[in-house]
Design a protein around this ligand. Structure first.
Ligand code: NAD
Length: 487
């Protein structure tokens, strides 16, 4: 791959677009242009659809055990190249090296390995009905279209490709225009592992490129990771041809600290759920509800640990644990939310400023930020900020906090910290969220299905459930006796 010009990856190779139109990708950490990208024009988009249709014929006819063997090779290649790929993720996203080196590539490889291992065992069923019987086949859907967000570019591409390909589909993937490299590198790795040409193509561009393919009649399914607003547009466009959809969207998740919680652990959870990947994580627990009786202890420890332990700096420095926000525009959005919080009357208990770490003075850095005295109706407690901005709220009873936690149109995730196991399970059962943690926050092993309630999503990624959503069931009835009828 050229280090300065990234092209579209179609049918096993990088191809030129006719008009050379494209865009630049800027470093979140320095603001400099790091490479240029060619946009997929209409001719290339049609070429990629044809290629994926051919790829589908070959791949869906490949025995599952052989697909599994090839995908396992891809997972191994990802692991072998961990450091090289993690470095690219750090350069493209601005996230800290210490995270990317152990999470982004590994969790992508885990998904490919998991679905590779699963696919040969996904059998149909057979059932007798008198002398007759029927059986079912779980068949792939066809050409699927994956659309990625910018916070976990390689991991998102791996999660979508793993399940789609394991089930026998081909996939066209469009990464976010902010972070186009991870998916292209995955496409190279698939080819090297032996995935046939056309089974995984990568097209580059913004929402317009996405929209073209979402509306395309040859696409069977769309899987989007992105904002709620984008999800609504994509679903509406997909409705024109009644495509299947999986939507992994945004959130404003509650994290509840009960009076019997281990306070240090709860502080760890709150910091992970607000400052990991500089707050750019969809499942973040940005509404931290703390019981009034442990509130002062919790706050004192939270502020001390944020002050002492959060290191904002060059994302490539192994000591940095809070990196740069994705873009200047996003930095401005996060800073404007901090101002909104102040104007709404919340107390800025920590941070709130733009930072200019040495050597990264033009990067998009903001300090970890904690607001207290928040109320449920403030914009900072209702809207997704997608930066390291935590809102702390006080509560006094279990029923009250459940009601307040659920008072949102989002429903992606929720977490609770408490020692009473009956309360833990009782409360979790009442929270309207698709991904819940008890005395943990943010873990997402590939075996566990993830996705949102309410406006945070439709369908699930990962786990066996996701596999089924990339297949369609065919029922075949077999008559064993001479057929008779009234005519
Ligand atoms: P975004 O919605 O702006 O963009 C996501 C993708 O959709 C991009 O590739 C973009 O080019 C594409 N797109 C935009 N308009 C489109 C259209 N009309 N048709 C087709 N494609 C279109 O989101 P983002 O800013 O890249 O990512 C941040 C958002 O993603 C946050 O809301 C975050 O919560 C969410 N997210 C969710 C999950 C999850 O698993 N639930 C994971 C990561 C991020």
């Amino acid at each position: 791959m050229s280090s300065t010009l990234l092209k579209n990856f179609i049918h096993g190779r990088y191809v030129d677009n006719a008009d050379k139109s494209g865009f630049d990708v800027l470093s979140p950490a320095t603001g400099e242009v790091i490479y240029a990208v060619e946009t997929a024009d209409e001719a290339l988009l049609e070429q990629t659809v044809q290629s994926a249709q051919q790829g589908f014929i070959t791949w869906s006819g490949t025995p599952a055990i052989e697909r599994a063997r090839i995908l396992q090779r891809a997972a191994n290649l990802l692991r072998e190249r961990n450091d090289e790929l993690a470095r690219i993720e750090v350069l493209d996203t601005g996230k800290p090296w210490q995270e990317a080196a152990v999470v982004d590539v590994q969790t992508g490889a885990d998904a490919i390995e998991y679905f590779a291992n699963l696919c040969p065992s996904m059998m149909g069923e057979q059932q007798s009905v008198g002398d007759d019987f029927f059986y079912t086949r779980h068949e792939p859907l066809g050409v699927c279209f994956g659309i990625g967000a910018w916070n976990y570019p390689l991991q998102i591409a791996c999660w979508k490709a793993a399940v789609a390909l394991a089930a026998g589909n081909s996939m066209i993937f469009k990464p976010s225009e902010e972070t186009p490299r991870g998916a292209a590198l995955l496409a190279e790795i698939f080819i090297e592992a032996g995935v046939p040409e056309g089974v995984f193509n990568v097209v580059q561009g913004d929402g317009k490129v996405g929209q073209y393919l979402v509306q395309h009649a040859a696409i069977a399914k769309v899987s989007l990771t992105g904002e709620v607003g984008t999800g609504k547009k994509v679903m509406a466009a997909a409705a024109g041809t009644l495509k299947k959809v999986t939507m992994e969207l945004g959130g404003k998740s509650p994290l509840i600290v009960f009076d019997d919680a281990d306070i240090d652990e709860a502080v760890t959870g709150a910091m992970l759920g607000n400052f990991y990947t500089q707050g750019e994580v969809c499942t973040n627990g940005t509404r931290v509800f703390v019981h009034e009786s442990c509130y002062d202890t919790f706050m004192a420890r939270l502020i001390k640990r944020t002050k002492d332990n959060v290191i904002v700096g060059n994302p490539l420095d192994p000591k940095t644990n809070l990196g740069a926000l994705i873009s200047h525009k996003h930095l401005q959005k996060v800073l404007s939310y901090i101002q909104i919080g102040i104007d709404e009357g919340a107390t800025l208990a920590f941070g709130g400023q733009q930072l200019k770490p040495e050597g990264c003075e033009n990067g998009n850095f903001v300090s970890p930020t904690i607001f207290t005295n928040c109320t449920d109706d403030m914009r900072i407690t209702r809207e997704e900020i997608f930066g390291p901005v935590m809102s702390v709220l006080k509560f006094s009873s279990e029923d009250e906090v459940i009601k307040r936690a659920n008072n949102t149109d989002f429903g992606l995730a929720a977490g609770i910290f408490c020692q009473d196991i009956r309360r833990a399970h009782r409360v979790i059962a009442q929270l309207q969220a698709g991904i819940c943690w008890i005395n943990a926050y943010g873990n997402s092993p590939v075996e566990m299905p993830v996705g949102g309630y309410k406006q945070s999503g439709i369908g699930r990624e990962n786990g066996v459930e996701a596999f089924k959503s990339y297949t369609q069931t065919k029922s075949i009835y077999v008559g064993m006796n001479k057929l008779e009828g009234p005519f």
